[in-house]
Design a protein around this ligand. Structure first.
Ligand code: EPU
Length: 436
């Protein structure tokens, strides 16, 4: 277990380069294995969730290796097994993407029910129903999603909620199906669009990604491709919110400002000054933020993944804000930890009523999930005195060395224990070959 010891109160100044998108990377790594050849992927972040995905693919016979420039090479020629191990699959939600991959390549998949952050009930019913509609027999037995088909056939699939994961999985399965699949009420998140662009570069025929109707005309084979994935809008949003909570001026590089349209609107309402360039955002704040109400929603709404960091910022804002979570049933576990630091937050079912206080005070707190970790780090940066953020290694699931990036901006942050994702990468991805 790792601990961040953070001495709060320092504003953040400087430049930070945002890494590649975790949630894009998880989908695109699985997609790359659809081709019998070697794809080359750039801007893949070295997050522990990404390492686990690589290990899962390796377990299935896919060759994954990283060259000196940090590009990931994924070669699906060796794909020969259809059961990822429970030990790896339970660690990440993205492991469920192997079901779409394996059904498309083999017509057979036995995939453990996935894990991922504990943020409430995370069903798989949309995935299962979609696979069934594509012509697979699907059952859940002994903790495995067992799916089999003599050949997937395109059809119309209405996804009950605009689920990111179900949209991704249907795209992975349908690209090699016979005929045309129409996904209705599809997720519109940038990560879904990124996946569609990559799949089209491989020879898939996908139209409409980014709208709620995606049409996929099945093809018989995909070719490997070279691709650079989008920047992580959630990492970028986290740094912007940190500036709001602590004050300062930070330039974010490697961002797509359009992906952050709603968070930027809300942060401007809270009093931050934000200027957008082509791939930069300059964020400035020299006074206490003011309270703003937020309701999470599917893209282009306010992302659920920034709800926790935003509440941390609202904890020190002037006035009272009402923050409602509509995507996940239990994404407020960090609130008790914020209260230890003096936050005044009242919970009413899916809504946090946050009465901003002048100052939070440092305290020992514990990370329950990835974005909760980001929220606690932001609160600690803004607080008086020292905060011990325990379980800080969880942040490596979706942030690459956030401690170093924050320290470079002037944050006073020390690490106890192991959170080095480079180290984990070498360890976790053994025998993944790293070119020397
Ligand atoms: N849902 C079902 N049944 C399903 C699928 C989803 O009921 O078969 C429900 C979920 O329980 C949830 C809602 O639908 O209440 C939306 O879930 P969705 O499927 O969109 O989420 P996901 O694919 O499991 C991805 C990201 C999450 C992000 C959400 C929402 C990955 C690996 N994870 O999860 O990222 O919060 O979309 O945008 O892409 C994170 O990065 O911290 C994170 C949790």
């Amino acid at each position: 277990m790792a601990v961040f010891r953070i001495a709060g109160g320092a504003p953040l100044y400087g430049h930070v380069t945002v890494g590649g998108s975790k949630n894009s990377a998880l989908a695109i790594l699985a997609a790359a294995a659809l081709a019998e050849g070697e794809s080359v992927l750039e801007n893949i972040p070295k997050h522990t969730d990404v390492y686990v995905m690589c290990r899962i693919l390796e377990e299935l016979g896919v060759r994954v290796w990283v060259d000196q420039k940090g590009r990931f090479h994924v070669d699906g020629r060796g794909l020969s097994r259809y059961t990822p191990s429970y030990d790896l699959a339970r660690r990440i939600r993205g492991s469920i993407y192997t079901a779409g991959l394996l059904l498309a390549r083999f017509g057979r998949a036995e995939v453990p029910l996935p894990g991922g952050c504990a943020i409430g009930s995370r069903g798989v019913d949309f995935h299962i129903k979609g696979f069934q509609q594509l012509g697979a027999d699907v059952s859940i037995e002994h903790g495995l999603i067992k799916a089999e088909t003599a050949g997937l056939v395109g059809t119309k699939i209405y996804i009950n909620r605009a689920s990111v994961g179900a949209t991704v999985n249907m795209m992975l399965a349908a690209v090699l199906a016979k005929g045309t699949t129409v996904l209705e009420n599809a997720a519109k998140e940038p990560e879904v669009v990124d996946l569609a662009i990559f799949l089209n570069a491989m020879g898939a025929k996908i139209r409409g990604a980014g709208t709620d109707v995606i049409k996929i005309q099945g093809v018989s084979k995909l070719q490997p491709a070279e691709y650079s994935i989008i920047p992580d809008r959630l990492e970028a949003g986290t740094f912007m919110i940190a500036v709001g909570a602590c004050g300062g001026e930070v330039t974010l590089h490697n961002v797509v400002p359009e992906h952050l349209r709603t968070p930027v609107i809300k942060l401007k309402e809270a009093g931050l000054h934000i200027e957008a360039g082509d791939s930069e955002l300059v964020v400035r704040s020299h006074k206490r933020p003011v309270s703003v109400d937020v309701e999470t929603a599917v893209y282009p709404g306010f992302p659920t993944d920034l709800q926790q960091p935003f509440v941390a910022m609202m904890s020190v804002a002037e006035g009272t804000s009402v923050v409602r979570e509509t995507i996940f049933t239990d994404r407020f576990r960090y609130v008790d930890e914020l209260r230890r630091m003096g936050a005044d937050i009242k919970m009413e079912q899916d809504t946090a009523i946050v009465r901003g206080v002048q100052r939070l005070t440092g305290a020992p707190v514990e990370v329950s999930d990835l974005r909760a970790g980001a929220a606690l780090v932001i609160a600690a940066l803004a607080a008086d005195g020292e905060t011990r953020v325990e379980g800080a290694e969880v942040l490596s699931r979706g942030y690459e060395r956030i401690d170093q990036k924050l320290a470079a901006l002037g944050a006073r942050i020390a690490v106890e224990g192991e959170i080095d994702s480079d180290g984990l990468f070498a360890e976790l991805c053994h025998p993944m070959r790293v070119e020397t």
